[in-house]
Design a protein around this ligand. Structure first.
Ligand code: ATP
Length: 614
């Protein structure tokens, strides 16, 4: 990797401009000092001292300029003073036979120099925003790595088989363009990689360059946009200029949504003008290069839905490659790749690790491996064991343990009952992930947590599953109500998640009979980054009120079910709460021993459905 921020030659020129300017400024500031260095400095007099000297017949001659009077005493010493508007001065000088001369203002110092300085300064700002300058605002900050040296190949990417196949074609184009163009076909210009964060989009783009053996210019969308309008556009120009010189090459723009969002969506703001100019320049550059130049654009985004349609039309980013979360085999491949350099203990089975990490992105998996290795080293082990991976996964899912956060006995009891409520609800309901562990050792921001581990990768969720999930989310609040007959602030996060889920059931999944199968959520909901929770602007006030009512009803239903279910299993709830208070962490197997199913757990009905849970 090396930085490309202008050649040395350009730098020399830039610095000489600044040197000249600094020299002029320094000279004008130091002029009086320099003068005094070569001869005796004139005495500075006040105006009244000066007139007294004239009246004392001590002054021989004066030179009067626009703002000062300089002169010499009869004993040859020089003096100067400011000129004040005094009509009696000339008659006074005449009376004492002082030799008077006038001096026109020095045009060089009066106005030519300031004008020159200003022109020079604006020239520099113009250069700075267009093609150079000391701050190199307009230079693209692209990081370049020569393809051969990037060292990344498709072998380094796990679980992205289809994306790799799509990109392999691109490497073929770059390696052998004539072969594809011999029948008149045109090379694609741009590929858009879309998918959730951390799924290896950047890695894929790098590997494409690595496989094709071409230089890789990489820049993030946000790096184009600066405070000054026009800077982004010139950076785009510069990036393409640099890349063309090294073609065949790949230009990679990460987070292209930062500049490629729909135009005209927030007109009037200057940052938006800047973004639009940058986008227009990008579109113009993409139109400008011939497919034969061997340039290939790859862009990545987590928010394809916000991109301007012009970016996606043929001749621009017309190829879309979806890079999704890895499935079971994908995670296993990623585990294999990232554990190559790790010493693993014999009890580590990568397949098992892959099984317990559904929903993890490639970056999450890589992070877990690193955390596990660090934990094992901290404990002075020779190899990373399965227990280290367990602890690392827990850390990644729930944050680091914060044993220093001391709770008083009452708080500890409340947290224990709260977590026991979640855990018990999860154990009793059939449609939710099994409980792996429950703990009242604070982690991250949470005072306690219930860790449910999915048993398989899931792509669809049924309505009943979502309703059961809501009951588990509200199990903590229900347990507090049952045990203490009052509620605490501890359920705030649960309530937020439950409300969000219930709202999505109403506005996105059509799971409310009252509202029906209508989509009411705004389009700003992002496919890969989760919901924003906003309703579409076209939704009427009446419908919005009905959505609120339905959301509240679903959440209330879930809370009622949780109260009913935990009430029926009060003995288990109290036993689990006590066990948590005693040993702070309770495993799924231990909970199973406490819960007496099915004798104790009475059927719990959802008001939305007829199914009984036993
Ligand atoms: P973002 O959208 O947040 O920019 P991204 O999709 O570009 O994320 P990368 O930056 O490529 O993700 O991934 C981060 C790190 O995660 C990589 O450097 C790599 O270590 C690891 N990683 C992610 N996906 C994979 C994968 N499929 N195979 C191997 N490693 C992966």
């Amino acid at each position: 990797m090396n930085d490309t921020k202008g050649t040395t030659k350009e730098r020399k020129i830039k610095f000489s401009y600044w040197h000249v300017l600094l020299l002029i400024l320094a000279l004008s500031v130091l002029r009086p000092l320099i003068g005094s260095f070569f001869g005796a400095a004139p005495a500075d007099l006040s105006y009244s001292e000066f007139t007294t000297a004239v009246q004392g017949n001590r002054v021989r001659d004066v030179v009067i300029s626009a703002d000062r009077i300089e002169g010499t005493f009869r004993d040859d010493l020089a003096f100067r003073t400011v000129r004040v508007d005094d009509p009696s001065l000339l008659p006074l000088l005449k009376e004492y036979s002082v030799n008077v001369r006038g001096r026109l203002a020095n045009p060089l110092l009066g106005w030519i120099l300031p004008v020159l300085v200003m022109v020079g300064f604006s020239f520099m700002i113009m250069r700075r925003t267009r093609g150079g300058g000391i701050f190199s605002f307009s230079k693209s900050k692209a990081r370049v790595s020569e393809g051969e040296q990037s060292g990344v190949t498709f072998q380094d990417i796990g679980g992205a088989g289809e994306a790799v196949t799509d990109l392999q074609e691109i490497t073929e184009f770059l390696k052998n363009p004539e072969h594809f163009q011999r029948l008149g076909g045109k090379m694609p210009k741009g590929v858009l990689l879309v998918g959730p964060p951390g799924t290896g989009k950047t890695l894929l783009a790098k590997a494409t360059a690595g496989e094709a053996g071409v230089p890789f210019f990489s820049l993030s969308g946000a790096e184009f946009v600066e405070m000054f309008v026009g800077v982004g556009a010139s950076r785009v120009r510069d990036l393409f200029q640099q890349a063309k010189k090294k073609a065949p090459a790949i230009i990679f723009i990460d987070e292209i949504d930062a500049i490629g969002g729909r135009r005209g969506s927030a007109a009037g703001f200057s940052t938006n003008d800047e973004r639009e100019q940058t986008l227009n320049q990008l579109l113009a550059e993409m139109d400008g290069f011939q497919p034969t130049t061997g340039l290939m654009m790859i862009a990545a985004t987590n928010r394809p839905e916000v991109l301007d349609a012009a970016l996606l039309r043929p001749g621009r980013f017309d190829r879309r490659v979806v890079v999704g979360l890895p499935d079971l085999t994908g995670r296993q491949e990623i585990l294999q790749i990232h554990t190559k350099a790790i010493t693993l203990a014999p009890d580590v089975v990568l397949e098992n690790l892959a099984k317990i990490t559904p929903g993890f992105s490639g970056a999450d998996v890589a992070n877990v491996i690193n955390e596990a290795a660090l934990l094992a080293s901290r404990d002075g082990k020779d190899a990373v064991a399965a227990s280290d991976f367990d602890a690392a996964i827990e850390r990644v899912v729930a944050g680091s343990e914060r044993r220093t956060r001391a709770m008083n006995p009452r708080e500890k009891h409340v947290v224990a009952a709260h977590e026991a409520g979640h855990a018990l609800a999860a154990v009793l309901l059939p449609n939710v992930d099994p409980v792996h562990k429950v703990s009242i050792i604070p982690r991250g921001n949470a005072l306690g947590y219930t860790w449910q581990r999915p048993v398989e990768d899931r792509y669809l969720m049924g309505q009943e599953e979502l309703q059961d999930r809501l009951v588990v989310l509200l199990g903590g609040r229900a347990a507090e109500k049952l045990v203490f007959a009052e509620v605490s602030t501890g359920a705030a996060d649960d309530l937020a998640r439950a409300t969000d889920l219930a709202r999505r059931m109403v506005t996105e999944y059509g799971m409310s009979e009252e509202i029906g199968p209508i989509r009411l959520a705004a389009d700003t909901q992002t496919q890969y980054l989760g919901a924003t929770g906003h309703l579409d602007a076209s939704v009427s006030v009446t419908t919005a009120a009905r959505v609120d009512d339905e959301t509240a009803r679903i959440v209330h239903d879930a809370l009622d079910r949780a109260l009913e279910m935990l009430g029926h299993n009060r003995i288990s709830l109290d036993a689990l709460t006590q066990l948590l208070c005693d040993q702070e962490t309770v495993s799924g197997a231990e909970i199973a021993k406490i819960v007496k199913r099915p004798a104790e757990s009475a059927p719990v009905r959802s008001k939305n459905k007829a199914a009984a849970i036993g």
